[in-house]
Design a protein around this ligand. Structure first.
Ligand SMILES: C[S@@+](CC[C@H](N)C(=O)[O-])C[C@H]1O[C@@H](n2cnc3c(N)ncnc32)[C@H](O)[C@@H]1O
Length: 304
């Protein structure tokens, strides 16, 4: 079941997917990362639905006060378009601009939007936001899901975005509070605690490569001149059998982790990872019946 509750204070864990460490730099890497994003969108559709409902309702409410509805909406770091398509579906009068530095991912956005019947209202725009924002003013709503922590200077980018945003316009930020976990502590092979050790290794890798993962986004938004109006944690806590694609998602996830973990796990954990990724073996992620999905993502809403 996916549900949300008010934001709880506490230490923030780090994002576990090394696929998100870098802007993709070759076609295979790009395709693997994009598959993972597509699976995330499908397996966690209920979670994203709740978050998109909240963001679009808050945007419509804010602009309704001045007699308008959201006209231009931006998906910042759109990836493969889970957000862009969801926004276009919920806001039938809006134009959605999917902005990303990856042309490869944006190709998928266009295909997905077309398949969803919203292709005429979803525009893709290749841009490196670290080099400055394209002139998209006036923006009524920006959706930034799992993308802000990739930016070199999020406060600077968020301040620029605020200048492009209409009076009363909204920004919705979804980020990681706790990384997703899939595995029981005892896998029935190898010693217990594999996933915890793997996540510890990754959070050390991420601390160096993506220092803004787990940042206080409300504080950064305030520093960039935004007024934070709502902060929620969305708790993901589901048993995998409810999700036919959960095994594939877990497989894609650990496949992406492999690069970051490689050489940093001890020999036994390295063997465990190999067994999890072996689709023909008894430990293979695609066929396990003991998977679950657990993690926390934050949703922060702010007005210009
Ligand atoms: C983890 S993905 C999230 C994708 C999507 N928002 C989602 O929720 O599925 C992060 C995205 O940010 C994009 N990105 C990273 N750095 C960027 C930059 N400097 N300018 C524009 N996009 C960037 C990446 O290409 C990638 O598609």
């Amino acid at each position: 079941m996916t549900h949300s509750h008010h934001h709880a204070a506490g230490p923030r864990a780090h994002e576990p997917a090394p696929g998100r460490l870098h802007v993709h730099d070759d076609a295979d890497t790009a395709a693997g990362g994009d598959d993972l994003l597509d699976l995330d969108g499908e397996v966690l559709a209920a979670h994203w639905g709740v978050a998109l409902d909240r963001a679009t309702a808050a945007a419509a409410e804010g602009l309704g006060a001045v007699g308008r509805s959201p006209a231009r909406v931006v998906d910042l770091g759109a990836g493969t378009g889970t957000g862009a398509v969801g926004l276009a579906r919920r806001l039938p009068e809006a134009e959605v601009v999917a902005v990303d530095v990856s042309e490869h991912s944006l190709t998928r956005v266009a295909l997905k939007a077309h398949a969803a019947g919203v292709g005429n209202r979803v525009r893709t725009l290749v841009a490196d936001l670290d080099a400055g924002w394209p002139d998209l003013a006036p923006i009524d709503l920006t959706w930034a899901s799992m993308s802000l922590h990739h930016l070199a200077d999020p406060v600077r980018s968020l301040a620029e975005l605020r200048r492009l945003t209409s009076a009363g316009g909204l920004l919705a930020v979804s980020e990681f509070d706790e990384p997703l976990r899939f595995l029981p502590d005892d896998l029935g092979a190898g010693r217990p605690g594999f996933e915890t050790r793997a996540l510890d290794v990754l959070s050390a890798v991420h601390a160096e490569a993506l220092p803004n993962i787990g940042a206080s986004w409300a504080a950064m938004l305030a520093e960039a001149g935004w007024t934070v109006v709502d902060e929620h944690d969305v708790v993901i806590d589901e048993r995998a059998p409810d999700h036919p694609l959960a095994g594939r998602y877990a497989r894609a996830w650990f496949d992406r982790l492999e690069d970051g973990l490689s050489g940093r796990l001890d020999a036994e954990d390295q063997r465990t990872l190999g067994a999890l990724l072996d689709d023909d073996g008894p430990q293979g992620l695609q066929h396990r019946s003991d998977l679950h999905l657990h993690g926390i993502r934050s949703l922060t809403l702010a007005r210009a």
